[in-house]
Every structure is written in structure tokens, then in C-alpha cells.
Design a protein around this ligand. Sequence first.
Ligand SMILES: [Zn+2]
Ligand SMILES: [Zn+2]
Length: 193
Amino acid sequence: MAKCYGCGKISKGGMPTVKIEGEERPYCADCYWKVQKEYKGKKNCEDCSYFSAEKCKKRNKNLEPVTVGYLTYFVQAEDCGNYSTDKDVALAEVRKLEEAGQFGEAASGYDKLGMSEEAEAAREKIAQESVVNARSSVTNLAKKGKTLTYYCPHCGAPLKVGAKAEAKKKCPRCKGDLDVLNLAKLISQHQDE
Ligand SMILES: [Zn+2]
Ligand SMILES: [Zn+2]
């Protein structure tokens, strides 16, 4: 049994829901269609220069999305005095993110602005960061006297890294390249052991 939040119609079957303010509201097909249309027409924070990864940087807080089917809307923009679609403002905000070391968010910001080279450069920094992290993880393992076994992605040979073994650049069996990024992933999976 479901009761439409819009018109009060009762249905034995299920109804599509809209999530507003943490509440799942069922709607009959007609009302759901209206709600979909209504939200499509609203101002969306995602188009705003001060928005990044569900967060409004003017209000400095995470925004609660309204979920309609598969789509999410941040409609706080509707009554927000800071709403801006100025590209220069957006770019300045993205640069700030990058300076703060939030490369992932910066990269998607650049993507949104159609600046693919900058986006790639920011992503490159994420990769560099994980290489640095991987190296320091290996150092930490060694300090703790631990050794990890991992496997060559090419031939499956068991390889060791940590106290008794340095990270290798090539597999001793097949001479394949051992990606330091894979090593970083492996180590982070075993971090808690
Ligand atoms: Zn209805
Ligand atoms: Zn190998």
C-alpha cells in the first residue's frame, strides 16, 4: 500500500519515491511526472561556481540532495543570494581547490569548465601523490619489521616488499614492469594488518 504524497491517491502496488529532506515520499505516476518536471526547472547548485562535490563553499557545508529517481538535485540555489554561474569565479574556486591539494575535486572542476589539460595535470598530481604514499608505506612496513607478499600482475609470481625486500621495478621472473600504483593499492589494502 502506498499513498501519493501529492494527490493522496492510494495504490496497492509500489510507487516511485522522491527523497526530500531525508524523507522518502511516494508519488503516483502522474504526480511523479510533475515533480520530475518541477525539479528539472529549478536552479541547481551544481551549476553554481561555488559548488564542488556536494558542498557549497559559500555556506561551507554539505548540501542535502533531493533524489528523484536516478537524478539528484541541489535546489538550495533557488533561494541563495550567492548563486553564480560566472566562469571566472568558478575557475578561481577550482584553482583554490588545487592549491589546497584537493586534486580530485579540482580535476572534476576543470572538466566542468572544459579545461581538459588542467584536469589531466591535476589527476597526474593524484598519481604522484599515491607514488609518494606508496614509498612511505613501504618504509613504514620496513620499520615495523613487516613484509608483504604481493603478486606480479603479469605472471603471478609472488613478490615481497617490506622489511626484507625493497619494492622492485621489474618482476624478477618475467621482467614485466611493476606499477608502483598497484603497489600503493595493495599496501593500502593491507594497512590494518
Ligand atoms: Zn498523485
Ligand atoms: Zn612477472
